[in-house]
Design a protein around this ligand. Sequence first.
Ligand SMILES: [Zn+2]
Length: 55
Amino acid sequence: MIYACEDCGFLFFRVNEARECPSCEKTNIRLANPEEIQRLQKLLEERDKALSKEE
Ligand SMILES: [Zn+2]
């Protein structure tokens, strides 16, 4: 599941239920909305592209 932090806006992925933000360690987190999920997936895709260029 993909979560968003209400405090710092950090997006992160957890297989199990998340309790706190890995960035700011606050517990003010919620499930990401579709727009945020899309944004995160795009970021991950671009990171993968950058990584494959280095090889
Ligand atoms: Zn946070």
